[in-house]
Design a protein around this ligand. Structure first.
Ligand code: AMP
Ligand code: ZN
Length: 663
C-alpha cells in the first residue's frame, strides 16, 4: 500500500475508534491495539511531513504553545438564556408563548450543563475553529486546546452541512476532577475549587499538551448556520449525533407544559447520578419556524427558558461562629449549627467564607439561617430568616486576634481573607510547615507523620523544622504511643533525610509559590544556597517560568531573619545545600520526548532510576504502550513485559545502555 493511502486509512480507523470510545462509550478494540495503530500513524506522519493534517488523530496529544488567544467576533452572537427560578415563572412563560405564535407548541427539554460554553466551526466536515463565548459578541480562539478533547470530532461523518457552527459546553466530569485534584494534593498543590472553573482554566492553558492531559468532555446542543437541512431543535440534536458529536441523551421532546413539568421533576432528583455537574433545565421551542417568529430580546432568545434547580436547603439555628487557622495562617469563619438534616446527611457546620460574606448576609449568632448544599463539599449559609431574629442582637464583629496564638490579625489590601501574621510561632502554622517539610516529595522522613508532628509541637519539643535535627530519643520516648522501636525509627528517619538532594530541601523549606518544579529549576540554576540567596528579584525573573510573584516570595523568604537562622542551622546539621555531582549527572535534554518504562532490579534504586530519567528530560511511565520509547530492563524482569515490548517493537535497554545514553 502506498504511504499516503496507509496514512489515510489509519486516520479514518483511529477516528472511528476514537468516536466509539469517547462519544459512544462502546469501544471495539483494546487500548493496546489503538495505541499500536496510533504509533504507526505517528511514525508515518513523522517520516512524511508533507501529509501533515491538523485534524489527524495524532494531533490530540497537543503540544502547540499559544502565548495569547486571538479575539474572534461571533458570526452569530452567543446569547444568554432567560432564567426562571420557580415552576410558576416557567408556566407563565409557556402561556405567553401561545399568545405570540399560533398552533400547538412542542418543546425540547435539555439539561443545563455547568461548564464553559464553546462554539465550534466546521467546514467540509473539518474542525476549523473553536471560540469561547466571551461577552457573547466576541470570544477567544482556543482551537489548539479544544482539539485535544477526545470527544470533539476533528472530522465529521455522514451527511453533514458544508459549513455550520455547533455550540455546547465543555465540562470536566466529577471523576476526572477528583483525579486531577488527587494528583495536585499529591504534589503538595492546592486542590481546584470546582469542575467548572477548572474546565474554564484548562481552555486557557498555554501548552495544549497540558490541556490534553485534562479529562475534559464536550457536550453539544445547538447547531447554527445558513440554510441548514433541519426544521426542529430535536432533529438538530439527532442529526448532530449522526455527524459524530457527543449530544447528551438526556434531551427529550415533549408536547406541552405537563411534559415540561414531568421532565423537571424527573431530573431534579436524577441529576445527582450524572457524571457531570448540571444546574438546571433548558426548555426550547422545538420548531425552528416558531423560534424565528418569536425572535430575540436584546439578551436572550424568547423561545428558550432556563429553569434553575433549587439547591437543597434547610433552616436551622446558628449557634456560634468560630474561626479556624489554616496552615498558611488564613482564617476561615465557620458556622456551628444546630444539627439539621440536609440532602440526606446531618449538617452541623457550614462555611461562612470571610468577613465580607458575614457582613453581606448580616448573619449573627442566634439567627435562624438557611443552609444550602451546592457543588462544594461543605454546605454554606445563604441567608438569614430575619423574621426570627432576636431584636436585641448586634451585628457580628469579626475576630480581631488569632484564636490560636492571640496575634492581631491582618488583612491585605484586596484580599478576602484575614491572616495571622505570626507565622513563626502560631501552632497550626508551625505544624503545617513541618508537615510539609517531612512530606514524601520533600524530606520524606520515615516514621514521622502529621499526628506525631502535632504532638511534638504541642509538647514544645520542636518549634520549627530545624529543631527536628536536635531531637533525642529520650525526649520523644515519653510521648503518647511512642514505643522504643518507633522512637528509634523516627531518629533514624530524620538522620537519613540529610542525604536528600538540595532541590528537595529547597522545596521542603515551604517558600510560598515554590513547588516541586520551581524548586528544581532554582536548584539547577543556582547550584547552591548561597548563590540563590544572593539572587535579586531581577535575576530570578530571568529564569524561565519565574515571574514577579515567585521572585518576590523567594527574596522575601531569604530576607527574613528567622529564616536565615534556621537555614544556618540546617546547614550545620549537614543537610544538602548544593547540587551534588550525582544530581547533576542529569540536567540534559537527552531523553527529551522519550517515555521509558522501568522493570526489574537495578544496581541503583528504582527511585534513583526514575529520577535519572526525569533529570534528563524523559518521562517514566508505568505501562508499555505504542508510545513507549524504551523498556529499561533490570534483572529478574517478568517474561510477559519482554514479550509485550518485543511485540510492540520497543527497544529493550539495560542499565548500562541507559547510563551511556545519558552520559
Ligand atoms: P446563563 O449563563 O445562566 O445565562 O445560561 C446560559 C448558558 O447556559 C449558555 O451560555 C450555555 O453555556 C449554558 N447551557 C448549558 N446547557 C445548555 C443547553 N442545554 N442549552 C443551552 N444553553 C446551555
Ligand atoms: Zn496565630
Amino acid at each position: 500500500m502506498d504511504v499516503k493511502k496507509e496514512i489515510e486509512k489509519l486516520r479514518k480507523e483511529l477516528q472511528d475508534h476514537n468516536y466509539r470510545y469517547y462519544v459512544l462509550d462502546d469501544p471495539l478494540i483494546s487500548d493496546y491495539d489503538f495505541d499500536m495503530k496510533l504509533r504507526r500513524l505517528q511514525e508515518l506522519e513523522g517520516a512524511h511531513p508533507e501529509y501533515y493534517d491538523p485534524n489527524s488523530p495524532t494531533q490530540r496529544v497537543g503540544g502547540e504553545v499559544s502565548k495569547n488567544f486571538p479575539t474572534v467576533v461571533h458570526e452569530y452572537p452567543m446569547y444568554s438564556l432567560a432564567n426562571s427560578y420557580s415552576k410558576e415563572e416557567l408556566q407563565e412563560w409557556e402561556k405567553r408563548l401561545h399568545k405570540l405564535v399560533d398552533g400547538p407548541i412542542e418543546y425540547t427539554c435539555e439539561l443545563k450543563y455547568d461548564g464553559v460554553s464553546i462554539s465550534l466551526l466546521y467546514e467540509d466536515g473539518q474542525l476549523i475553529e473553536a471560540v469561547t463565548r466571551g461577552d457573547g459578541t466576541q470570544g477567544d480562539e482556543v482551537t489548539h486546546n479544544v482539539r485535544t478533547i477526545r470527544s470533539v470530532p476533528l472530522k465529521l461523518k455522514g451527511d453533514y452541512p458544508d459549513r455550520f457552527y455547533i455550540r455546547g459546553e465543555i465540562v470536566l466530569p466529577f471523576e476526572g476532577f477528583s483525579m486531577l485534584n488527587a494528583e495536585r494534593v499529591e504534589r503538595g498543590e492546592e486542590p481546584y475549587a470546582n469542575p467548572r472553573n477548572t474546565a474554564s482554566g484548562s481552555l486557557k492553558l498555554q501548552n495544549s499538551a497540558e490541556t490534553a492531559r485534562r479529562p475534559l468532555d464536550c457536550l453539544l446542543y445547538f447547531v447554527v448556520g445558513k440554510s441548514l437541512p433541519i426544521s426542529t431543535q430535536y432533529e438538530s440534536l439527532r442529526r448532530a449525533r449522526e455527524w459524530g458529536f457527543k449530544v447528551p441523551k438526556e434531551s427529550k421532546l415533549v408536547k406541552g407544559i405537563d411534559g415540561i413539568m414531568d421532565y423537571l421533576s424527573y431530573w431534579d432528583e436524577r441529576r445527582h447520578d450524572l457524571p457531570f455537574e448540571t444546574d438546571g433545565v433548558v426548555v426550547k421551542v422545538n420548531s425552528l419556524a416558531q423560534q424565528e417568529a418569536l425572535g430575540f430580546t436584546a439578551k436572550a432568545p424568547r423561545w428558550a427558558m432556563a429553569y434553575k434547580f433549587k439547591a437543597e436547603q434547610a433552616e436551622t439555628v446558628l449557634r456560634k461562629i468560630t474561626y479556624q487557622v489554616g496552615r498558611t495562617g488564613a482564617i476561615t469563619p465557620v458556622a456551628n449549627l444546630q444539627p439539621v438534616l440536609l440532602a440526606g446527611t446531618t449538617v452541623k457546620r457550614a462555611s461562612l467564607h470571610n468577613a465580607d460574606q458575614i457582613e453581606k448576609l448580616d448573619v449573627r449568632e442566634g439567627d435562624s439561617v438557611y443552609v444550602e448544599k451546592g457543588g462544594e463539599i461543605i454546605p454554606k449559609i445563604v441567608g438569614v430568616d430575619f423574621k426570627n431574629r432576636n431584636p436585641e442582637s448586634h451585628p457580628t464583629v469579626y475576630l480581631k486576634n488569632c484564636p490560636e496564638c492571640g496575634t492581631e490579625l491582618v488583612r491585605a489590601e484586596g484580599e478576602a481573607l484575614h491572616y495571622c501574621p505570626n507565622s513563626a510561632a502560631c501552632p497550626p502554622q508551625v505544624s503545617g510547615r513541618i508537615e510539609h517539610f517531612i512530606s514524601r516529595k520533600a524530606m520524606d522522613i520515615e516514621g514521622l507523620g502529621a499526628e506525631t508532628v502535632n504532638l511534638l509541637v504541642r509538647s514544645g519539643l520542636i518549634h520549627n523544622y530545624a529543631d527536628l535535627y536536635e531531637l533525642k530519643k529520650e525526649q520523644i520516648l515519653p510521648l503518647e504511643r511512642m514505643a522504643d522501636k518507633s522512637a528509634e525509627n523516627l531518629i533514624n528517619g530524620i538522620a537519613a533525610s540529610k542525604m536528600i538532594p538540595f532541590e528537595r530541601v529547597l522545596f521542603a523549606l515551604g517558600i510560598r509559590f515554590v513547588g516541586e518544579t520551581v524548586a528544581k529549576k532554582l536548584a539547577r540554576h543556582y547550584k547552591n544556597l548561597e548563590a540563590l540567596i544572593a539572587a535579586s528579584e531581577e535575576d530570578l525573573k530571568e529564569i524561565d517560568d519565574i515571574g514577579d510573584r515567585i521572585a518576590q516570595s523567594v527574596v522575601a523568604f531569604f530576607e527574613a531573619e528567622a529564616n536565615q537562622v534556621i537555614l544556618q542551622r540546617l546547614k550545620t546539621y549537614g543537610l544538602q545545600m548544593e547540587v551534588k555531582e550525582k544530581d547533576e549527572l542529569g540536567q540534559t535534554d537527552k531523553l527529551k520526548g522519550k517515555s521509558i518504562v522501568i522493570s526489574g532490579v537495578f544496581s541503583r534504586s528504582r527511585k534513583e532510576m526514575k529520577e535519572l530519567i526525569e533529570l534528563n528530560g524523559g518521562k517514566n511511565t508505568s505501562s508499555l504502550s505504542g508510545n513507549t520509547s524504551y523498556l529499561l530492563a533490570g534483572e529478574n524482569m517478568g517474561p510477559s513485559k519482554r514479550k509485550k515490548a518485543e511485540e510492540l517493537g520497543i527497544p529493550i535497554i539495560s542499565e548500562e545502555d541507559f547510563m551511556q545514553l545519558i552520559a
